[in-house]
Design a protein around this ligand. Structure first.
Ligand code: FAD
Length: 354
């Protein structure tokens, strides 16, 4: 329930899918909570993303607790706009107390709990659900600042037409790299750069199988068994329709290992190879957006926080982390996986505040 500006029982930082899933379970308790979100509108990171971005699973496999995502407007897997419409409707359907736009600057320890600077809120317990989108990762390649072409991270990429007629380096062998390469290759010439030879999942393996695999790993972990070998073979690129179409054009036929440095107009490899480029799109992933936790001194060199099985910070029992990926709960950074993690976190919070 919306609380006054005094001390809340629970503050959720982040109103993306993870924050909303936590809100769904919190509203079923007697706890007074609010969700503080920097975004100016619902949807979290789904408000960004490129125009053609689609989910790698069907709608039914991309649902938050309580209400199945409606089928995609155009058939096939949901588009970014379908996800945005769903998350906005979800927030309204459950009348979740989201305050936006509110940016939480830092968390500080106070007598009543944790103070959220910038939000004018103090809470007895805090659930951090700030995602990774606002913390894109780009490797520190020598000469990056001297490259005169366009450089952007996949988080800023919007459409392939912006690169028509150029030569573009696409760096990164995950789903973002493959999907951006697929559409860019119809407008520009491209060189694909990946750390290791990219591995595609078999065509019939989509997000559902990734979720089943994560569940099997999670089950094994709970029962203390070794993780089962990944059914459908290892790999991380889902062959969504756009990727399959590009494959028929030979777009993924080969990729180069990382270049050693950049000059004004070219990338240079250790063996001397030099490839001139007009632009670089870094599809090199993300890191958890945890800057607001800095004053608590909880993070390791990778920026991770040691958490228990329900996402509670081991060194700060009033803080829970949700939705950052497997280290905060198997598949917790996906629509399908965040429900289980959110249920666990809220159960932990209810017990801690009892
Ligand atoms: P976010 O959606 O990033 O939400 C975090 C919210 O917290 C944002 O609104 C942000 O503004 C806010 N915030 C951040 N810092 C602060 C602060 N200090 N104070 C206040 N608010 C703050 N998952 C799937 O299930 N299926 C897919 O097909 C899929 N495809 C993906 C494709 C791409 C390119 C990427 C990057 C991810 C994909 N994911 C997919 C993964 C995942 O679903 C998304 O990353 C999702 O957005 C994660 O949700 P979240 O709520 O954890 O974080």
């Amino acid at each position: 329930a919306e609380a006054d500006a005094g001390v809340l029982d629970v503050a959720v930082i982040g109103g993306g899918q993870a924050g909303l899933a936590a809100g769904y379970f919190l509203r079923r308790t007697a706890l007074r909570f609010a969700i503080l979100d920097e975004g100016a509108a619902p949807g979290g990171a789904w408000r960004q993303g490129w125009e053609s971005l689609t989910l790698f699973s069907p709608a039914a496999w991309s649902s938050l607790p309580g209400w199945a995502m409606p089928p995609a407007a155009e058939g096939g897997n949901p588009s970014r706009d379908d996800v945005l419409a769903y998350l906005a409707a979800y927030e309204a359907r459950y009348a979740l107390p989201v305050r936006r736009p509110v940016r939480v600057g830092a968390l500080r320890r106070v007598a009543e709990g944790l103070r959220l600077e910038g939000a004018g809120v103090t809470a007895r317990a805090v659930i951090s659900a700030t995602g990774t989108w606002s913390h894109p990762f780009i490797p520190d390649i020598p000469g990056r600042d001297s490259f005169r072409g366009v450089q952007m991270h996949s988080a800023q990429y919007r459409r392939p037409q912006d690169f028509a007629g150029q030569h573009v380096l696409v760096v990164g062998g995950g789903n973002s790299g493959a999907q951006i390469l697929a559409e860019l290759s119809r407008h520009a010439t491209v060189t694909w750069v990946t750390e290791r030879p990219p591995v595609f999942l078999p065509d019939d393996v989509d997000g559902r199988v990734l979720f089943e695999r994560a569940t099997a790993r999670w089950q094994a972990q709970l029962e203390g068994r070794p993780p089962p070998e990944a059914l459908g073979g290892l790999g991380n690129i889902v062959a969504v329709p756009a990727v399959r179409e590009a494959r028929t054009r030979g777009v993924f036929a080969h990729s180069l290992r990382p270049f050693a440095r950049l000059e004004a107009e070219a990338a240079i490899w250790a063996d001397g190879k030099r490839i001139p480029a007009d632009a670089i799109i870094w599809c090199t992933g993300f890191r958890p957006a945890l800057g607001h936790l800095a004053p608590l001194g909880l993070q390791d060199p990778e920026g991770h926080v040691a958490v228990g099985p329900e996402g509670q910070a081991l060194a700060e029992p009033r803080l829970w982390l949700l939705g950052y990926g497997d280290w905060t709960g198997m598949a917790s950074a996906t629509l399908a996986g965040v429900t289980r993690a959110a249920r666990g976190v809220v159960q932990g919070v209810v017990r801690a505040l009892a």
